[in-house]
Design a protein around this ligand. Structure first.
Ligand code: RTP
Ligand code: MG
Length: 140
């Protein structure tokens, strides 16, 4: 299996509860390596741009408000089949449906405040990584 990259966000509900380390530990234990990381407070424009694919969804405005409600940690993760590996350890969007041992089952508060984002395809991973990181900020 090829070593690939994916993009992750530790969301405001998790940074608020001081869970950056806890989430990162679960990512690392799942075989992912953090090759870039920064803590930022997203602007409204950044959040709207990042979630532009969800613009027509009923939850878009609430999602943007939530994502700018506090700091986030944006990360590039590297590992074998990184997109799927990350989605597997994240668990289902709604923590009520997430499997035991996943990040969302362990930490998420609700379907919205669900602690982590992870890219859903390699194509989207490349776009999302480029949205937040310059190539020289990623050290594999
Ligand atoms: P993500 O993009 O954050 O990794 O999560 P996902 O693929 O599992 O979920 P997606 O369908 O892409 O939705 C993006 C984020 O929007 C919030 N959401 N709220 N209130 C709702 O019904 C609802 N549905 C989704 C969540 O924060 C979700 O992660
Ligand atoms: Mg998604």
């Amino acid at each position: 299996m090829a070593v690939t990259r994916t993009f992750s966000i530790i969301k405001p509900d998790a940074t608020r509860r001081n869970l950056t380390g806890g989430v990162t530990k679960m990512l690392e234990e799942a075989g992912l390596r953090v090759v870039a990381s920064k803590r930022i407070h997203m602007s409204r424009e950044q959040a709207e741009g990042f979630y532009a694919v969800h613009k027509e969804r009923p939850f878009f405005n609430d999602l943007v408000e939530f994502m700018i409600s506090g700091p986030v940690v944006v990360q590039v993760l590297e590992g074998e089949d990184a997109v799927k590996r990350n989605r597997d350890v994240m668990g289902a969007t709604n923590p009520a449906n997430a499997d035991e041992g996943t990040i969302r089952k362990t930490y998420a508060e609700s379907i919205e405040a669900n602690s982590v984002h992870g890219s859903d395809s390699e194509e989207n991973a490349a776009t999302e990584i480029a949205f937040f990181f310059k190539p020289e900020e990623i050290v594999g």
